[in-house]
Ligand binder design. Structure first.
Ligand SMILES: Cc1cc2nc3c(=O)[nH]c(=O)nc-3n(C[C@H](O)[C@H](O)[C@H](O)COP(=O)(O)O)c2cc1C
Length: 171
């Protein structure tokens, strides 16, 4: 079994996919992992739209300069601004980001490739997916069987300090 830390290290942004369907039980597990993310004040201000229809995927890709291949699935990670407003509006962006990260790690653990994509036309995707005004698509998670295995980009060093900024640190 892959350890949790191995999954964290193994996860890469995958931008090239095989032309192969993703099993529904895997997609369900991925969105369920998103649902179990933490959220400020337990507002759970997220909405996920799973897109599997090839024509819709092609349309979304055409609206997304940051998407480089056709994935088998796109999960639109949306923020419910109605719920977000009940707490502290800006903080809810963390909540949807954490849900997205849970999904990326789950996808990796299931042997799938995924990439978070922010470079897309939010308004156009909102219209295409029939999202009401207060449901804002914040991130697209592209999903599929990977057709590449990119080497890990190096991590910046000198970003962990002990007790005070600028002092001794780790890494
Ligand atoms: C908020 C956010 C937005 C991103 N948007 C895009 C995007 O539009 N297109 C893309 O190809 N990658 C996108 N990425 C993926 C990053 O480029 C990637 O995480 C980074 O290069 C590090 O690589 P790794 O994920 O393999 O560790 C995004 C990542 C984050 C966290």
């Amino acid at each position: 079994m892959t350890s949790f830390f191995e999954v964290i290290l193994k996860r890469r942004s995958i931008r090239k996919f095989r032309d192969q369907e993703v099993e529904e039980d895997k997609i369900r597990k991925i969105v369920e992992a998103g649902i179990w993310a933490p959220s400020a004040g337990n507002m759970q201000p997220w909405v996920f739209v799973v897109v599997r229809n090839k024509k819709n995927i092609e349309k979304i890709k055409a609206m997304s300069p940051g998407m480089f291949d056709l994935p088998a699935v796109i999960i639109a990670v949306c923020r419910d601004m109605g719920l977000a407003g009940n707490f502290e509006e800006n903080i809810s962006i963390f909540d949807v980001a954490m849900a997205a990260q849970n999904m990326l790690l789950m996808a990796c653990d299931l042997g799938l490739g995924a990439c978070p994509v922010r470079s897309f036309n939010q308004k156009a995707v909102q219209v295409l997916l029939d999202l009401p005004e207060h449901i804002v698509p914040e991130l697209l998670v592209t999903l599929g069987y990977p057709d590449e295995s990119p080497s890990p980009p190096e991590r910046r060093k000198g970003v962990v300090f002990l007790e005070k900024y600028g002092g001794d640190g780790w890494f």
